[in-house]
Design a binder for this molecule. Structure first.
Ligand code: PFF
Length: 445
């Protein structure tokens, strides 16, 4: 790989990886999953998954990418040649590249909605803002044309950034976008905590209540942990290829995980105090939580429309820095075939993803009655990727790096102290694969 494909300095990698991890998963999905899955019980399992599974899997993915210096598929190929492993390991990368494309197809629909909500300033003097908001969301989501417009815009922006390439496109944009994102989320959560019901939020998020834990909560929390950290599909592996040689993987992963968890919890602190202080709003509103309810809450508060605009800008920025990492593994793989230039490949991919996204858009309107295995199209895409493809990818990564790659190689490349390495290795070999397998067994039987 040429030097112009390595990010300069340690911060670009951290910002890019944190940019990938922090996204709709933290700000839109985490709060509604917590709200619909018993509050603190979900948070508790989620945090365990982040540290026990997320940490070792993310370290392994970056290690593979940094070692291979290629797209996930070709880095996996290189690794299997080096250690005399089956050539089938490249299919792990292919599974991931497709997972990224499928996720992006529906991710873009919600990101587009967030974009459009930047401009959704409520008219003043409304008698019934909740009704206005519900009507607005219903009208908006029942109109395929509106959704298609915003979905298209989001796919175009994502493709433009990825089309410009790794250093100019992704590297530069995250350096500008991410600091804004952290600033905004801190601002909005402080604001909400002051004007809303902070105490109920703290109880809801952190007061332990293990009695409500169900297998379903465990499955959802694990899927959410994979989704939120961008692991199990090669996004972080693809970025690992651009990591400076001297940068330490372990420390970097701790920073990324900390930032991701910080933003998810801050999003909880930004949203729940407002929901709890407003009798019209329900914590278990589901995917519509932020769209249907937050503008109402902001409306009734001082400086509300200003903060509402900021909030949706924040979500759009977070979504964009994640979506580029969803597109990168497939793009990098195709680029290595050297048949077409990056911009051409990105254009073709972008158009295909746009088409696939139509299925998710129609789930809100013309296909709302269509059911496949009990799910509508959007739910099926979400379930297939979050609860099956990503955990499966994570399981294979843990088996590959934990059991088939020699321990010496890991020790040399990770540079951890003896005690830290032992802990990491134990979690990678046993805790992560066993817990993912148990969840799969539960799903199957
Ligand atoms: N982690 C992103 C989020 O929380 O919104 C979503 C995501 C990005 C998932 C990249 C998977 C991925 F590879």
């Amino acid at each position: 790989m040429s030097a112009n494909k390595i990010w300069q300095g340690n911060t670009t990698f951290i910002l890019a990886a944190a940019g990938s991890a922090v996204g709709l998963g933290n700000i839109w999905k985490f709060p509604y999953m917590v709200g619909s899955n018993g509050g603190s019980a979900f948070v508790f399992i989620y945090l365990i998954c982040i540290f026990a599974i997320g940490f070792p899997v993310m370290v392994s993915e970056i290690l593979i990418g940094k070692y291979g210096r290629k797209s996930p598929i070709n880095s996996l190929k290189k690794l299997s040649v080096e250690f005399n492993l089956s050539s089938y390991w490249k299919y792990l990368g292919i599974l991931g590249a497709f997972a990224g494309v499928i996720i992006l197809s529906y991710y873009s629909v919600f990101a587009g909605m967030a974009f459009s909500y930047i401009f959704n300033v409520f008219p003043s003097g409304l008698e019934n803002p909740s009704q206005y908001s519900t009507n607005y969301f219903t009208n908006f989501s029942s109109s395929p044309f509106d959704l298609i417009f915003w979905h298209s815009l989001f796919i175009i922006l994502t493709s433009l950034i990825v089309g410009f390439g790794v250093v100019k496109g992704i590297g530069r944009s995250v350096n500008v976008l991410m600091p804004f994102l952290f600033l905004f989320i801190i601002l909005v959560s402080i604001y909400s905590s002051f004007v809303g019901d902070f105490l109920s939020t703290i109880y809801f998020l952190f007061k332990p209540d293990f009695s409500v834990i169900t297998p379903q909560i465990v499955i959802s929390a694990m899927g959410q942990a994979f989704f939120s950290l961008s692991i199990g599909m090669g996004a972080i592996m693809a970025y690992g290829a651009y990591m400076p040689e001297k940068q330490m993987i372990g420390k970097t992963v701790i920073t990324i995980i900390f930032l991701d968890t910080f933003v998810a919890l801050s999003a909880g602190l930004a949203i729940f105090p407002i929901v709890f202080s407003n009798p019209f709003l329900a914590i278990n509103a589901g995917p519509g939580l932020i769209f249907e309810t937050l503008p109402v809450a902001f409306y009734s508060l001082p400086l509300g429309s200003f903060f509402s605009i900021i909030f949706f800008i924040l979500i759009s920025i977070a979504a964009l820095s994640s979506s580029i990492s969803l597109l990168e593994p497939f793009t990098a793989w195709m680029e290595e075939k050297e048949k077409f230039k990056r911009p051409v490949l990105v254009a073709v991919l972008g158009i295909s993803i746009w088409f696939l996204g139509l299925g998710s858009i129609f789930s809100f309107n013309i296909w709302s009655d269509l059911r496949l295995f009990g799910f509508n199209f959007l739910e099926l895409m979400d379930y297939l990727t979050n609860n099956i493809m990503l955990p499966l990818g994570g399981l294979f990564v843990a088996v590959l790096v934990g059991w088939l790659v020699p321990e010496k190689f890991l020790e040399k490349n990770l540079n951890l102290s003896k005690y830290k390495f032992k802990a990491f290795y134990f979690f990678l070999r046993f805790v992560a694969p066993v817990s993912i397998t148990l969840v799969f067994l539960y799903l199957v039987f």
